[in-house]
Design a protein around this ligand. Structure first.
Ligand SMILES: Cc1cc2nc3c(=O)[nH]c(=O)nc-3n(C[C@H](O)[C@H](O)[C@H](O)COP(=O)(O)OP(=O)(O)OC[C@H]3O[C@@H](n4cnc5c(N)ncnc54)[C@H](O)[C@@H]3O)c2cc1C
Length: 401
């Protein structure tokens, strides 16, 4: 096993780090940079996007032929971690959710014509996108087999009726990937899901509400959508009829892992803020950093972050080998979601009252981090997946090959 980074990955890491330090962190520190939903103002985001493109740090996950950097998953792990040293970082490099997952999914499964129409504008940064799968009860959530939104064939079109909720970015997105049921019979519960593409300007659907939440929000928030006769031409269907679940798995594996890559960067930043405070602050005659109990606390988080990095790198490496890495991605997702939460909670505690204030980004990250155990599969569901693998493989579960 060789953990040496390629020269290219190390070079990019340093350039992303410098870009974040020079251009992104100063904006993050200025309260005027935030919109009403606590994210970077769109005009500032767009200025930074122009700079990131000019610096050759744009769309790391996309092929060079489409204007990206064509990085492997292992190289992306390095890039994304550094990008998310700032909470504003990933969106400036066009590697933030949900566009990140949508782009890589379209790149993998869309036809050439679909890529030109639906993918290229997201890569170029001229539109944002959403992925609409989750539904209110009795529809699909953790179990996509419960999806109720219907797509009924009418000639060469599909007519969509149903409801979705918690759809990230929907309030600003133009390009949507939608998961719907193309066969209502109960025995076809899992097989007859199909993915479609639609444009926000099409009639027959609406945003019912932008759902209030602990926030902070991605651009476009999380929204509830209603479909009441949206018509989608058959040529905007992704993959074959009945391939929806397969498409979901293709999208969600790498998307979950890139969440981990970003969250590790955020967790490291929390440590950085904690370390700076305890290095200066004194109490009862000594620096906080010199107290063994403080050292044990910081050491434990550093240890958890490194475990998360190894799990993430291992899963990234397996994906690069063409493996779906389901077990490895689930392990990384469970651990890194917990680690992000632990890192920010620890950093708040070590900063005392300052940690609870809005003088640092810690309270922002704390609220954001709570969603990590829910999005792209609740931690319990990923543990269920691991238990299934263990039940099937026994001690072969831990095979390296
Ligand atoms: C900030 C945010 C952004 C999101 N963005 C999107 C998006 O862009 N597109 C989209 O389609 N969805 C999105 N979601 C929805 C998210 O993917 C779902 O919330 C998640 O998959 C869980 O589904 P659910 O909420 O229906 O929970 P449910 O399925 O109702 O489950 C509720 C809880 O039950 C427990 N549970 C469920 N199954 C099991 C099990 N097998 N074993 C043990 N316990 C279990 C878990 O604790 C789980 O949290 C987003 C959610 C949030 C919070």
């Amino acid at each position: 096993m060789d953990f040496t980074l390629s020269q290219r990955a190390e070079d990019l890491r340093q350039r992303v780090r410098a870009f974040v330090a020079d251009h992104v962190l100063p904006l993050e520190a200025d309260p005027q940079s935030y919109n009403e939903f606590e994210n970077i103002r769109m005009n500032l985001r767009d200025d930074l996007r122009v700079k990131a493109k000019a610096a050759g740090l744009w769309a790391p996950q996309m092929p060079e032929s489409r204007g990206g950097l064509g990085l492997s998953m292992v190289e992306q792990a390095v890039f994304y971690e550094e990008a998310n040293r700032s909470i504003f970082g990933p969106v400036c490099f066009n590697c933030a959710a949900p566009d990140d997952g949508n782009m890589r999914c379209l790149e993998m499964v869309a036809s050439e014509d679909q890529k030109q129409r639906w993918l290229q504008p997201i890569i170029d940064g001229s539109v944002n996108s959403s992925f609409a799968m989750t539904e209110p009860h009795p529809g699909g959530g953790s179990d996509p087999g419960m999806i109720q939104t219907r797509a009924e064939r009418v000639g060469d079109r599909w007519r969509i009726t149903g409801r979705k909720w918690y759809i990230s970015g929907a309030a600003v997105a133009k390009h949507f990937i939608l998961m719907a049921r193309t066969d209502p019979s109960p025995e076809e519960r899992r097989r007859h899901l199909t993915a479609f593409l639609f444009h926000a300007d099409s009639p027959g659907w609406r945003i019912v509400r932008r759902i209030g939440n602990m926030g902070p929000d991605e651009h476009g928030g999380v929204c509830e959508l209603e479909f009441d006769g949206l018509e989608i031409p058959d040529h905007d269907r992704l993959m074959e009829v009945g391939d929806g679940l397969r498409m979901t798995q293709i999208r969600l594996g790498p998307a979950r892992l890139t969440h981990c890559m970003r969250w590790l960067g955020m967790a490291k930043r929390c440590m950085e803020i904690a370390q700076a405070y305890v290095s200066d602050r004194e109490g009862f005659g000594i620096r906080l950093a010199d107290r063994e109990s403080v050292q044990l606390t910081l050491g434990e988080v550093a240890h958890d972050i490194q475990i998360g990095r190894l799990l993430t790198m291992h899963a990234a490496w397996k994906l690069d080998q063409g493996d779906r890495a389901r077990k490895e991605v689930s392990s990384a997702k469970i651990h890194v979601a917990d680690t992000l939460f632990k890192a920010v909670d620890t950093a708040i505690q070590l900063n005392g009252a300052r940690g609870y204030s809005t003088d640092t980004i810690l309270e922002w990250v704390y609220r954001y981090a709570r969603a990590a155990k829910l999005v792209d599969g609740a931690s319990e569901v990923h543990k269920m997946v691991l238990a299934r693998f263990y039940g099937k493989d026994g001690s072969d579960y831990w095979q390296w090959g």
